[in-house]
Ligand binder design. Structure first.
Ligand SMILES: Cc1cc2nc3c(=O)[nH]c(=O)nc-3n(C[C@H](O)[C@H](O)[C@H](O)COP(=O)(O)OP(=O)(O)OC[C@H]3O[C@@H](n4cnc5c(N)ncnc54)[C@H](O)[C@@H]3O)c2cc1C
Length: 399
């Protein structure tokens, strides 16, 4: 007989967003202790922003991994199952093993789906023979291996034109690779190609101007509006499709860093919570669902029209938690999110441009200097300070 449970707050996903909201709710309300459940099948939690530096050989991937159990805030229960169905009309969710959870308020924070299989041939070769990716803990080691073992030739770095998590990550690893090739003296016999499905290097003009200069200085060839659609690892060929003309172009590679297309998780896309594109459809300021008044969503699985980052979640989580408490207390929603997001654009070992902006793509910089300049201090912030703030501040609901 499947279990039937009831909680005041059910949170789907124990990633950056789910844990931050849970921790904030439990800090704010002693009455909620024992009444919050977090549902997530994954036994491990990953601090994904460091995968760029793992792929660049700066640190080992193990430092990005923690046992999920150790991060579940005190006062919350963890149900280690995958949610399969949403029944928002009945205030219920159902897991893949049939457990039914009734809730007063639901928070959806299930992240983004990485669609490896949408690139023909990729599944068969990812992690081997110079085909690598920072977008999965299983493969992130293969990036540094590919860079380290590269002996010259063509190195390709791809970015799809779908929404992805951390829009800057596909180019950050390319800048590290460029530096690594220079250090090992092989840059002179290397062509670096950035093949992106987007129309420019970055969405915010101020940072795009700075990054265009980095690309030029480093002698990288940028090819825009090209989506990777197929890899033939036996021939070491990558096939790209032009976004508008659909014309195909085949490029030979010696190493290729792949960022696959991404999409809304299928179980959200196929549910009543989905809006256009399949994302959980919420108000962009309150994070409340546009059709179900006791449902909220945030983070990568939501339709919030901002860049999908952990930094954005740092600003979303306090707003979502506050508005959840408002709903539980029968009060009007009084917290609002302005689209703040940030992308620490690593441009080499020891250099970083810290992009920060809002829904209008207007820069919203924290520091009293021009953050579009490459700086060592901002690199240290990303490498040493932000991980500490994540584990000890954000996931604990303290910041
Ligand atoms: C290479 C790389 C570099 C990045 N760099 C940066 C950076 O420099 N700065 C930055 O701010 N961000 C960066 N990010 C992005 C950042 O990691 C994500 O935006 C952030 O983790 C999203 O948080 P989330 O809670 O929405 O999703 P996640 O943290 O991905 O968590 C989603 C959770 O939902 C769970 N889940 C999925 N399906 C189900 C289901 N059916 N039932 C229950 N649970 C489910 C998953 O198991 C997972 O634990 C980077 C990401 C990558 C991959």
């Amino acid at each position: 007989m499947p279990q039937q449970l009831h909680y005041a707050v059910a949170i789907v996903g124990a990633g950056s967003a789910g844990l931050s909201v849970a921790a904030r709710l439990l800090r704010a309300s002693a009455a909620l202790h024992g009444s919050v459940v977090i549902i997530d099948p994954q036994a491990k939690h990953y601090y994904q922003p460091l995968w760029t530096l793992v792929g660049g050989g700066v640190m080992r991937k193990e430092v990005t991994e923690r046992d999920q159990q150790s991060l579940i805030p005190k006062g919350a229960d963890w149900l280690q199952e995958a949610v399969a169905h949403f029944r928002p009309d009945e205030n219920r969710i159902v897991t893949s093993t049939g457990t039914v959870i009734r809730y007063d308020v639901l928070v959806v924070a299930a992240g983004i789906q990485v669609d490896w299989e949408r690139i023909k041939g990729l599944k068969e070769c990812i992690g081997r023979e110079g085909v690598c990716s920072n977008y999965d803990y299983r493969y992130v080691d293969s990036t540094w291996r590919s860079i380290r073992e590269f002996r010259g030739g063509t190195a390709i770095f791809t970015q799809p034109n779908t929404p992805i998590k951390c829009g800057g990550a596909p180019q950050k690893i390319m800048y590290l690779a460029d530096d690594a090739f220079r250090r090992s003296g092989i840059r002179g016999k290397t062509d670096i190609i950035f093949a992106s499905g987007n129309a420019s290097i970055f969405a915010v003009p101020k940072y795009a101007a700075a990054l265009d200069k980095v690309v030029e200085r480093k002698g990288i060839t940028a090819k825009y509006k090209r989506n990777l659609v197929e890899i033939d690892s036996a021939k070491r060929e990558a096939v790209f499709e032009h976004v508008d003309s659909k014309e195909r172009e085949t490029l030979r590679y010696d190493m290729i860093h792949v960022v696959p297309p991404m999409s809304a998780p299928s179980f959200i896309r196929d549910s009543p919570l989905a809006g256009p594109g399949g994302w959980a459809e919420v108000d962009k300021h309150t994070m409340r669902h546009v059709r179900f008044a006791n449902v909220f969503a945030l983070g990568d699985c939501s339709n919030l029209p901002t860049s999908k980052t952990g930094a954005a979640i740092r600003k979303q989580a306090p707003v979502a938690a506050r508005n959840v408490l408002n709903v539980l207390g029968g009060q009007p929603l009084d917290a609002s999110y302005d689209g703040y997001t940030s992308c620490p654009l690593v441009t080499g070992y020891n250099r970083l441009i810290l992009a920060e902006f809002d829904y209008d793509l207007t820069p919203r910089e924290t520091f009293p200097f021009d953050q579009s300049k490459e700086r060592y201090s901002m690199y240290v912030l990303k490498k040493d300070l932000l991980p500490k703030l994540y584990w000890h501040g954000m996931l604990k609901g303290r910041m």
